[in-house]
Ligand binder design. Structure first.
Ligand code: ADP
Length: 473
C-alpha cells in the first residue's frame, strides 16, 4: 500500500499520523495519507513566504515557461493521472480524462495571460505629476480544494496564483489527495522552485485554521461548501485577507414549451449526471413548462434507462457517490419529498451494483417546501417542478440563497434575453448543459461565492493594483 506525504519547501515531509484513502467504488483502501497537522501547515506557509521574493521578483516569462512545462507534463501523463482521479473520486474514466484536459487548459491559459498583465499611465490633472498603476502579486496564497474535481480545482487556483508571482500552500481534499500529490511531483519536475507550491495534507479543520489565520497568508482561495466558505471568511477577517470563494449551488434547469426537447434532455443528462450529480453546477431543480411535461419526461426516462451504472474503471456512465454521508443525504431528500407529496417516476434507492451507487432518480410534483428544492442534492436525483409562465418561473428559480449556475432551453430570442437577464446566477447556459472552460469567468452570485476563476478575472484575483503618484520636481 502506498504512503502519501506533504510537500513543504520542495521536500516530501513524513509524519506519524495517517488517514485512509478509499476507492468509493469498492471501499478498498488505496493508500495512506500522512497528516502534517498545524505544525506542517505553518512550515509550509513559512516556506511559501521565503520563496515569494525570488518567484515574484523574476519575470512573467520565466514563470510562464515553467508553467508551460508543467502543462506539457500533465498532458503527457494523462492516462496515469486519469486513473488516479477515477480511483480516488469514483468518476467514470472518460470524465477523468476530460478533467485532465480541462484542468491542464487553465495552466496553459494563465501561463499565456500572465505575459499580458500590465498597468496604466493616466493623463495627470497636475502637469508636474505622473500618475500610474502597476499590478503586483498579492503574496502567499492558501488554496483549499474539494474532492469532486481533484485536478481541475487545483490547477484553476494554483496556476493562476503562480503565474502572477504568488507562492501557494495547497490543501487538497483528504478524500482525493493523490491527484494533487502527482501534480506537485510534476510541478517539481517542470522546475517550480522549492516553496513556490507546497501541498499540506491532513485534518481539514486543523490545517484549515492555520491556512486561514496565519498573518503571512494574504489570500484564501476556496472551493467547497458554503458552510466552510463562511467559516474561512470569518477567519480571514481578523487579518483582512482577500478571499475568493466558489461555494454551493442550486442550479435551475428550465425546459420551455418552445425548446428542442431532445436537446434539452441531452443537456440535462450532461449537467445532471456528470460525476453522478456531484458538481456544484449540476442541475438541481428541473422546471418544465406544463404543456411539454409528458413528452419531456418520456424522453428523459428513456434516456436515463440507457445509462450504465458501475465502477468508473469499467466504462460506466454513472459511478459511485463519494461516501455514505452523500448516500444518506440523498435518501433523506427523497424520503422528505415523498412524504410531502412527490411522485417517484424512476430509481429511488441504492443500486445493486454496490453500496455507494445510487440509481438515477426522477421525482415529480416537487414544491418549494421540500429539501430537494432547497438544498444541493449532490447526487443523481432529478426533481421536476411544473410551471405555467415566465414570471412565476423566474420567481421560483431565484427563490434560493444560492446563485451559481442556471440553464434553460428555448428557441425564442426575446425570451432568451429576458430570462438570461433576470436569472440571479453567475453563469447561465442557454440551450447547453456544458458551460465550463478556461475562458469563462466561473463564479456565483449570493451565497454561492465571491470572485471569479478562469478567464482574465482569474489572474486579477491574485494581483494587487498599486497607484504611483510621481512628482517630477
Ligand atoms: P464538500 O462537501 O464539497 O467536500 P467541504 O467544504 O467539506 O465541501 O470541503 C471542501 C474542502 O474544504 C476540502 O479540502 C475539505 O478538506 C476542506 N475543509 C473541510 N472543513 C474545513 C474547515 N473547517 N476548514 C478548512 N477547510 C475545510
Amino acid at each position: 500500500m502506498q504512503d502519501y506525504h506533504s510537500l513543504i519547501a520542495g521536500k516530501w515531509v513524513k509524519s506519524s499520523k495517517k488517514l485512509k484513502i478509499e476507492n468509493p467504488a469498492n471501499q478498498k483502501i488505496i493508500g495512506y495519507l500522512y497528516d502534517v497537522g498545524s505544525q506542517g501547515a505553518k512550515k509550509a506557509i513559512e516556506a511559501a513566504h521565503n520563496a515569494f521574493p525570488n518567484w515574484s521578483g523574476n519575470t512573467a516569462k520565466y514563470r510562464s515557461d515553467i508553467l508551460k512545462k508543467w502543462y506539457s507534463l500533465i498532458k503527457k501523463n494523462k492516462k496515469e493521472i486519469s486513473k488516479i482521479i477515477t480511483l480516488e473520486s469514483g468518476k467514470p474514466l472518460k470524465e477523468s480524462e476530460a478533467e485532465v484536459e480541462y484542468g491542464a487548459s487553465f495552466i496553459e491559459w494563465f501561463a499565456e495571460q500572465s505575459l499580458r498583465v500590465s498597468g496604466e499611465i493616466f493623463n495627470s490633472p497636475d502637469i508636474k505629476k505622473k500618475m500610474m498603476t502597476i499590478k503586483q502579486p498579492i503574496g502567499v496564497v492558501s488554496a483549499i480544494t474539494p474532492w469532486n474535481f481533484p485536478l481541475a480545482m487545483v490547477t484553476r487556483k494554483t496556476s493562476a496564483a503562480m503565474a502572477c508571482g504568488c507562492t501557494v500552500v495547497l490543501k487538497p481534499s483528504e478524500l482525493t489527495p493523490i491527484t494533487s500529490i502527482k501534480l506537485a511531483e510534476l510541478a517539481l519536475k517542470a522546475g517550480v522552485p522549492p516553496g513556490v507550491l507546497n501541498v499540506v495534507n491532513g485534518n481539514p479543520k486543523i490545517i484549515g485554521k492555520s491556512l486561514s489565520t496565519h498573518p503571512f497568508v494574504k489570500k484564501i482561495t476556496f472551493t467547497g461548501s458554503t458552510l466552510v466558505g463562511k467559516l474561512l471568511m470569518r477567519n480571514a477577517s481578523n487579518t483582512v485577507k482577500s478571499v475568493s470563494l466558489e461555494l454551493g449551488g442550486n442550479a435551475p434547469f428550465v425546459v420551455f414549451d418552445d425548446s428542442n426537447l431532445e436537446n434539452a434532455v441531452n443537456g440535462l443528462i450532461d449537467s445532471k449526471f456528470r460525476n453522478a450529480g456531484q458538481t456544484c453546477i449540476s442541475a438541481n431543480r428541473v422546471f418544465v413548462q406544463e404543456s411539454v411535461e409528458k413528452k419531456f419526461l418520456d424522453l428523459l426516462i428513456n434516456k436515463i434507462e440507457s445509462l450504465k451504472i458501475g465502477d468508473g474503471m469499467k466504462n460506466s456512465d454513472i459511478g459511485p457517490l463519494i461516501n455514505t454521508k452523500a448516500i444518506l443525504k440523498l435518501k433523506s431528500h427523497i424520503k422528505d419529498a415523498l412524504k410531502k407529496g412527490a411522485n417517484l417516476l424512476c430509481g429511488g434507492s441504492v443500486s445493486t451494483v454496490g453500496e455507494l451507487f445510487f440509481q438515477p432518480t426522477v421525482l415529480s410534483n416537487i414544491t418549494s417546501k421540500m429539501m430537494a428544492f432547497n438544498n444541493e442534492n449532490f447526487g443523481p436525483l432529478v426533481p421536476i417542478i411544473l410551471f405555467k409562465n415566465d414570471e412565476s418561473l423566474i420567481k421560483m428559480c431565484n427563490d434560493t440563497s444560492y446563485g451559481l449556475a442556471a440553464y434553460f432551453y428555448s428557441q425564442n430570442s426575446k425570451r432568451i434575453w429576458n430570462i438570461s437577464e433576470k436569472l440571479e446566477f453567475g453563469m447561465v447556459g442557454v440551450n447547453t448543459g456544458k458551460i465550463s472552460t478556461y475562458l469563462n469567468p466561473f463564479g456565483g452570485f449570493k451565497e454561492s461565492g465571491i470572485g471569479r476563476e478562469g478567464s482574465t478575472d482569474g489572474l486579477e484575483a491574485f494581483l494587487e493594483k498599486k497607484y504611483i503618484s510621481w512628482d517630477q520636481n
